[in-house]
Design a protein around this ligand. Structure first.
Ligand code: FBP
Length: 331
């Protein structure tokens, strides 16, 4: 049987269910952008595209040349679809409003290059995206705000040994692999279903001293040998959320970026809700997993700012539920 291409899969999804017009157009176009980004990453060191551009972005991160290049490529592609009313990007302080053709345009939230700290060391990086209805709002940017349950589609592209694309439009989570010869994605991981419990955990343990007591106790629990419960878990951490969530989706287990609780009254998360945390939560829930802040379901968190941050514990249902249980225990 001939492999199913991304555009064929999107068309089939559209035929099968309540599929917001525009999702197939935008997800299809982002697939084509991924082929361009993958090629550029492969040549970046040869084209003096590595390193910093100078200055910091709206969330205080030092900006790499490829962060800006990636942002511009995604912006141009979204504009060309005519289906995107506004673009909320990690690299732009305010939403970028766009002219649209036809009804029901969408708002796209995106981290064009996720895992930037891996760029100059040839580590895996990615692009993360989330689609929300604009509800006819003008300007459309504010339609991005609200709970994660408003998302109609979400996905990521991972630029690793192979280039992978994973998306959901509310009918399961599906994985594709890029054929670099043709620049097309083909279905290689249909209906991804995450294991109920895994054997690995991913977290930056260098931040342990800032964690909530429940977070600390949970990681200590995972590191404690106990054959019956498959512990200790193995630690896997790539430095790029896309790569860590992708591994967790396929192998099970849990990825965590907990908040800094140095001041318990003002927990400080790192990752951004609209274009990192919420889209990953939709993908993992659609694959049968769970995504929590430690205190609540990620998809119930209401975004009130474009670059708002949120804590995340994401992965296998039983692992995340157990982690939440540690957060609830008295210190
Ligand atoms: P950006 O690279 O898009 O800013 O993303 C943030 C990120 O790199 C995530 O991909 C990753 O999970 C995390 O930060 C790594 O943070 P740290 O270096 O603190 O472990």
């Amino acid at each position: 049987m001939a492999p199913i291409s991304l555009s064929e899969h999107l068309a089939a999804q559209r035929a099968r269910g309540p599929h917001t017009p525009g999702v197939a157009t935008i997800v299809g176009r982002l697939g084509r952008v991924a082929a361009v980004i993958a090629k550029e990453l492969a040549h970046a060191a040869l084209r003096d595209r590595l390193g910093y551009i100078g200055g910091v972005n709206v969330t205080g991160d030092e900006v790499k040349k490829l962060d800006i290049w990636g942002h511009e490529v995604v912006e141009a592609a979204l504009r060309a679809t005519g289906a995107c009313a506004a673009f909320v990007s990690e690299e732009a302080k305010e939403p970028i409003e766009m002219t649209t053709e036809g009804g029901n345009p969408l708002v796209v939230c995106c981290d064009p290059v996720d895992g930037s700290s891996n760029l100059d060391v040839n580590g895996s990086v990615g692009t993360i995206f989330s689609l929300r209805p604009s509800r006819g709002q003008v300007p459309a940017g504010p339609a991005a705000l609200g709970p994660g349950t408003d998302q109609v589609a979400a996905g990521y592209m991972m630029y690793g040994p192979a280039t992978t694309m994973v998306y959901t439009a509310g009918q399961g989570t599906h994985g594709f692999t890029l054929d670099p010869e043709t620049g097309e994605f083909f279905l290689t991981h249909p209906d991804i279903t995450i294991k109920r419990r895994g054997k690995t955990y991913g977290v930056n343990e260098g931040n342990l001293h800032t964690w909530h007591p429940g977070q600390r106790a949970y990681v200590e629990y995972l590191r404690t040998p106990d054959r019956a419960s498959g512990r200790p878990y193995s630690l896997r951490y790539s430095g790029a959320m896309v790569a860590d969530v992708h591994r967790t989706l396929l192998d099970g287990g849990i990825f965590m970026y907990p908040a800094d609780f140095t001041d318990p009254a003002k927990p400080k998360p790192k990752l951004r809700l609209l274009y990192e945390v919420a889209p990953m939560a939709m993908l993992v829930e659609q694959a049968g997993g769970r995504a929590s802040t430690g205190m609540e379901r990620v998809l119930d968190v209401r975004a009130t700012e474009y670059h708002q941050r949120a804590a995340i514990l994401i992965g296998s249902l039983d692992d995340v539920a157990q982690a939440e249980d540690f957060y609830r225990r008295p210190a």
